[in-house]
Design a protein around this ligand. Sequence first.
Ligand SMILES: C[S@@+](CC[C@H](N)C(=O)[O-])C[C@H]1O[C@@H](n2cnc3c(N)ncnc32)[C@H](O)[C@@H]1O
Length: 226
Amino acid sequence: MSAAHRRWNLNIHYHRVFLDVVPAGARTALDVGCGDGLLSFELAGRGLDVVGIDPDGPSIERARSDPRSNERTKFFEVDVFEFDLPPASYDLVVANAMLHHVDATAGLRRLRELVKPGGVVAVVGFANADGVKDQVLAVAGATARKLRELRGDYWEHNAPILWPPPMTTSEMRELGRAELPGSTFRRLMSNRFSLVWRAPGRLTHACRATPSDLQRGVPPCRLRPR
Ligand SMILES: C[S@@+](CC[C@H](N)C(=O)[O-])C[C@H]1O[C@@H](n2cnc3c(N)ncnc32)[C@H](O)[C@@H]1O
């Protein structure tokens, strides 16, 4: 196994949250705040065409020059609020450790806007601990990290970090209920939570790409059926 594949941190550990909710028949994914692109590569490995976006230029450069970058992965140096995309473009919209960098209400609305009917929005985010369960999970996360450091496979990502998060876990759960009704909320290790929402409707693959999307190489859908 290569050194890159042995990398571990809790952001990587929770890639499973996203991989577990790829909707049946999904073809495309948008990775919002993709950083070095690690989640994008895993989703592409599941056969999805993935667009990773991040306003941080050096992160996008690292993602583009990663040996796993291929025709299924496209990376853009852009803010999610400024990326000019038609609504309902992606089968799966993911954000890992990103939501606390922006206004959470506006962020969830933007993710919801970009997912297709029948598609899935999945978020793993940071929030301030506000109960015993969070505290136990914080200790579990710190222990897992320490063990990985001792084993020598702990890896710190290079993307911008923002701390502390502005909201508590309970506030995030309430916001998830309000903005993504019917979503599933879970408290995770080390001040993290997950929020998973399936958009009402049935996933179809009508192509919504505009000529300017195609010129920029954005694949909101496949152009030819497989
Ligand atoms: C803590 S890093 C996480 C990176 C990556 N998802 C990971 O798990 O390693 C948060 C990322 O969100 C990005 N970000 C912040 N504001 C953003 C915005 N408005 N649109 C898209 N990405 C944003 C930051 O530049 C940063 O790379």
